[in-house]
Ligand binder design. Sequence first.
Ligand SMILES: Cc1cc2nc3c(=O)[nH]c(=O)nc-3n(C[C@H](O)[C@H](O)[C@H](O)COP(=O)(O)OP(=O)(O)OC[C@H]3O[C@@H](n4cnc5c(N)ncnc54)[C@H](O)[C@@H]3O)c2cc1C
Length: 338
Amino acid sequence: MEIFTNYPLKSLNTFGINVDGKYFAQVASLEEIREGLAFAQQKKVPVMLLGGGSNILFTKDYNGLILKIGDRNMEQIAETSEHVLVKVGAGMNWDDFVAICVEKGWGGLENLSLIPGNVGASPIQNIGAYGVEIKDHFESLEYYHFEQNLIQSFFAKDCSFGYRDSIFKRKLKGKGVILSVTYKLDKKPVFNTSYGTIKEALEKMSVGELSLQAMRQAVINIRRSKLPDPNEIGNAGSFFKNPEVPKSFHDHLKNQFPNLVAFKLDNGNYKLAAGWLIDQCEWKGYREGDAGIHAKQALVLVNYAHASGQDILALSEKVMKSVKAKFGVEMEREVNVV
Ligand SMILES: Cc1cc2nc3c(=O)[nH]c(=O)nc-3n(C[C@H](O)[C@H](O)[C@H](O)COP(=O)(O)OP(=O)(O)OC[C@H]3O[C@@H](n4cnc5c(N)ncnc54)[C@H](O)[C@@H]3O)c2cc1C
């Protein structure tokens, strides 16, 4: 395994932030991960894991060892009349995996088409889109705990999955590495068209009979029309989470702002549309140097070319302050700031 020094990370994060990692290695097996950990211990530097770099904002050079996870193995490990269990290496590109599932006729993940990043990070924030979250089809994962030097299996009940959240973003942040994830997929797909935009996209495509391919294509069409492509403009998708507030606070806001966009949750609370809140503070299309708020999607912060991570972070602070001042709502970043 080769360990590089002062390694450029610009092409390895979708924001396109120009920083270096003091040390960098690509690791494809547990042996290589252990080798990397021993190296970092010897150099007395921290370790950071990197997947597709699509949920990270680097604000400075990383003064430690970056391990980019490369295992792309995929294996069908069980089958019943209803389901297949598929175990996938953490380094497999997420959308490549979804495409294979669709091709094989395995249902469940098609609404999550075109989400950037790798399989290993998919449980970390319980990725979700168009009415589906990975927790709905998650079976288990293999986790290597650094300090305990032990591989553990985690089932859904162990992961504390929530909205863009899990135990791996909280108690276990930085404590270990997700080596592989096993998904439970439907042999008889159940299509989730609950999101209005999906129905519209399917109508536009004049689809006669629903299929996994049609669902995937509808999602791809919507995403391409709404979200900036990181290959063209640096970004990490939604920068903020949609804030959850109690009903009483929602009602109070709704009184003041009758157009408030919010969704009722099963627990009685409301999820406020962060994009709407930001838009009301008139940030859409704002640009400060090369850092900006996307013109079509207020939730997406962008790097037009040479913005630093500090520029993007400073802009996100301003956005959060203005939302707090206008609505009294505290927003939380979805992106991992490093
Ligand atoms: C254009 C765009 C659209 C997006 N749309 C969505 C969306 O619709 N829904 C959604 O949920 N997200 C979305 N995202 C966010 C992002 O794609 C997901 O969060 C994705 O899962 C991140 O994967 P990654 O491999 O790039 O993780 P990275 O950004 O590389 O890492 C994210 C975090 O996970 C850690 N990590 C990575 N791999 C491992 C591992 N194997 N073990 C332990 N820790 C690890 C990293 O250290 C870091 O803290 C979008 C991003 C972009 C750029």
